[in-house]
Design a protein around this ligand. Structure first.
Ligand code: NAG
Ligand code: NAG
Ligand code: NAG
Ligand code: NAG
Length: 505
């Protein structure tokens, strides 16, 4: 049975005792042995661990009870079932908060209990509502030799929080410290297919206030086919695969967290050797918000759609060393928004981007946006309103990688309103002016326009003080705008070009 259930039962009995003995008796009980009912419960459970903690908790409860009695607000006695706490302390199951001995089994038992007889309510069909149960790690640091998994029976509305987990030296290298992954749960008879997206494994699981140290053996958190998962205020280090993997399911919200393979603050002498991926999003509709990735070969790898990255700071592995800040590997259907991020010596790479928005972001140290052709498709890309700051090496703020072939299917690409220092401005729109006394006016936009030979729209004005020449636009090939007058004339021309226009059919 549940330790906490025993607590509650003890309290119920205690209240009856109070009725018989009165306040004076209560004070005696509290002073003499506040821990009695719980130690009794622990003994029945055969727990070896830590009666002192039980005692402290019981004393605390007695004190709040005394306070409420004094205030005349004592709770009325209630049946044990309704006063059961649903906070499961790992240490109550024998987990070792000093990290000296393996706590995998103890934490698993706490989780199994949390999944036991909760309520008959459900969240999504087939997912039991665990009512807000908590697995409390009590600020301990636990050694883990096998992944912390949840029962295959599927559940939700559960929180695991407030402590540290560290992989042991024999932790399996292909696993994650915490897995929301029914098919990996041990002892499960039936598991739902990973790609059966209508049958979710878990819903509304919160992982918060956790430090996860993968000890260079595998990953931090693996979430497969789950719904509405929150990872909040976690510090995930020493992974070799992914800090966090999200596969299928949707609405995993990762926020206010710090992720790095190595604990470093930049300029690390081993930066060239960083490997692994900070966050691997292989699903849809997830959000990464206010997260720092301070070491990994790839900061965030996205291969699903409709994900949002906001307030992400990547200084994982400099692009100059072969790293990538944000890698969008969802060609031809990208549907990703990158807003208010900080790409710190690490770039954004997107393969055949279709519907990509990058705005309000800061790119430092020659970090840029690389649009990489795979099948030559680029459509609906918006890189606007960003700040780029480089080191004077002539790096383009937005660069086309056409090493696999040219972009041939181009539509609705808007790169403009970016401010640039120490890098080369690239844009899909530009303006220029030219003075002279001539009949052919060639204005060259090739140094600024993003696409090599693509001007879709030109507007020009010829400003002549002393003549009325005939004039015409002759050519826009190679991003060179050619305007001709019928006679030589002293004038200036002002030209605006655009590589993206809305088609009106
Ligand atoms: C996933 O989908 C594929 C193709 O529909 C199917 O062949 C495969 O069996 C499915 N896998 C699982 C685990 O359900
Ligand atoms: C980085 O990797 C290289 C090549 O594997 C190795 O020679 C070097 O010792 C590594 N650096 C460190 C500090 O581990
Ligand atoms: C423009 O050039 C022509 C000869 O090429 C010259 O006659 C004329 O004076 C020039 N006009 C001005 C305003 O310099
Ligand atoms: C435009 O200029 C290019 C390059 O000089 C040339 O090959 C092409 O024939 C010109 N087109 C027209 C319509 O004059």
């Amino acid at each position: 049975m549940m330790v906490k259930g025993k607590d509650g039962g003890g309290l119920g009995h205690l209240l009856m005792v109070i009725g018989l003995m009165g306040l004076v008796g209560l004070l005696v009980v509290a002073g003499v042995d506040g821990g009695y009912p719980v130690v009794d419960g622990a003994a029945k459970l055969g727990l070896s661990g830590n009666p002192y903690r039980h005692r402290e908790r019981a004393v605390r409860r007695m004190e709040s009870l005394k306070a409420s009695l004094a205030a005349g607000t004592a709770p009325s006695p209630s049946p044990p079932i309704s006063s059961r706490s649903r906070v499961y302390h790992a240490t109550d199951y024998g987990a070792d908060p000093t990290g000296n001995t393996d706590s995998s089994d103890a934490i698993s038992k706490a989780i199994s209990d949390a999944f036991r007889d909760p309520s008959d309510r459900v969240l999504m069909a087939g997912i039991t509502d665990l009512g807000g149960a908590e697995i409390h790690l009590d600020g301990g640091s636990y050694l883990i030799s096998s992944p912390i998994t949840l029962p295959a029976t599927r559940g939700g509305n559960l929180k695991i929080h407030s402590g540290s987990l560290r992989a042991s030296d024999d932790f399996p290298t292909d696993r994650y410290l915490i897995e929301l992954w029914a098919s990996h749960s041990s002892g499960s008879e039936s598991t739902k297919g990973d790609n059966d997206s209508t049958d979710y494994n878990y819903e509304y699981i919160t992982l918060g206030g956790l430090m996860l140290d993968s000890n260079f053996r595998g990953g931090g958190i693996g979430i497969v086919n789950s719904l509405r998962t929150t990872i909040d205020n976690c510090y995930i280090v020493h992974f070799t695969s992914d800090g966090i993997l999200v596969q299928s399911g949707h609405e995993t919200y990762i926020r206010n967290s710090f992720i790095g393979q190595h604990i470093t603050a930049g300029g690390d002498p081993d930066e060239k050797n960083f490997s692994g991926t900070g966050i691997n999003l292989m699903g849809n509709d997830n959000a990464v918000t206010d997260v720092v990735i301070f070491s990994a070969a790839i900061g965030i790898l996205v291969s699903g759609q409709a994900n949002t990255l906001t307030g992400v700071h990547c200084y994982n592995k400099a692009t100059g060393w072969g790293g990538t800040g944000i890698y969008l590997k969802s060609p031809e259907l990208t549907q990703t928004r990158i807003i208010n991020c900080y790409l710190d010596y690490t770039s954004i790479v997107s393969e055949d981007p279709v519907q990509l928005h990058v705005s309000g972001s800061f790119f430092l140290g020659d970090a840029n946006v690389v649009l990489k052709s795979v099948k030559g498709v680029i459509n609906g890309v918006d890189v606007v309103g960003n700040i780029f700051s480089g080191n004077g090496n002539g790096v383009d703020i937005v660069q086309l990688d056409e090493s696999n072939g040219k972009f041939s299917d181009i539509d609705q690409v808007i790169v403009q309103h970016n401010v640039v220092r120490g890098m080369t401005l690239r844009s899909t729109t530009a303006k220029a002016s030219m003075d002279g006394n001539r009949s052919v006016w060639t204005v060259d936009f090739s140094r600024v326009l993003l696409f090599p030979d693509r001007i879709q729209h030109v507007q020009y004005t010829l400003l002549a003080n002393s003549a009325f020449p005939n004039h015409a636009l002759r050519n826009t090939s190679g991003n060179q705008v050619v305007i001709e007058t019928d006679v030589a004339v002293a004038a200036s021309v002002h030209v605006a070009v655009d590589q993206c226009v809305a088609s009106i059919g």
